[in-house]
Design a protein around this ligand. Structure first.
Ligand code: MG
Ligand code: ZN
Length: 219
């Protein structure tokens, strides 16, 4: 019985996600659903991304958080339109939340929409929101065992950012082993070593993102 209920929820979510996807396609907006644990550095990556890309593309952000608007306030400082979704304790964003929120953005003018999901390595990967692709941010401080322990998010994502690589010398994090595990879970997946504080890997990530945006627009 429980399994059937779960299937119905996911089926309904997929239906709405497909509607969102059709809208974003019509408007030529590339959408990435950025996921990762609390503290992985999703918002820091976004801040670096805005510095690099906000003059090259029209971008906006939808911020998912349990309660606060702390992250949205950080985004807003960069002059990029941002909408906060508070899930009131809900552990992921779903397609209906994005459907209700997206019309508040000027989609005709938009090239890139980043959806920062609620900090969580588990169920955000199960709920499509209408994105083109998913991305996962994993920080070095979380441990190199996380890809194998949370395989779905790596299987579902087109790109993995290994963030805070400047902390490798202090964290017993085996980069080679983590990258091999990610490649086992999702062969050929793009993996970039990033440090927001040292400005490492940010250009590679932004170049990757820009290519996706241009491809969506047929440029
Ligand atoms: Mg955040
Ligand atoms: Zn959840």
């Amino acid at each position: 019985m429980e399994i059937k209920v779960m299937k119905n929820i996911l089926g309904e979510n997929d239906r709405i996600a497909a509607e969102n996807q059709a809208l974003f396609k019509e408007k030529n907006v590339y959408v990435i659903n950025l996921m990762g644990s609390p503290g992985a550095g999703k918002t820091s990556v976004l801040e670096k991304t805005m510095e690099r890309l906000k003059d090259k593309v029209n971008m906006a952000v939808i911020e998912g958080d349990l309660f606060t608007s702390k992250d949205a306030e950080r985004i807003e400082k960069h002059g990029v339109p941002v909408i906060q979704i508070n899930t009131a304790g809900g552990c992921h964003l779903d397609a209906a939340m994005i459907q209700q929120t997206a019309p508040q953005l000027d989609l005709d003018k938009l090239d890139l929409l980043v959806v920062e999901n609620v900090g969580n390595l588990v169920c955000p990967a199960e709920f499509a929101v209408g994105e083109d692709e998913k991305g996962v941010v994993l920080s070095i401080t979380e441990g190199d065992d996380k890809p194998m322990k949370y395989p779905l998010i790596f299987k579902e994502s087109a790109i993995a950012l290994l963030n805070k690589v400047d902390l490798v010398p202090f964290c017993n994090f085996d980069l080679k082993s983590a990258e091999e595990d990610i490649d086992t879970l999702h062969p050929g997946m793009k993996v970039i070593e990033v440090s927001c504080t040292k400005d490492q890997g940010v250009d590679a990530w932004c170049d990757w993102l820009l290519l996706r945006v241009r491809a969506k627009q047929g440029k």
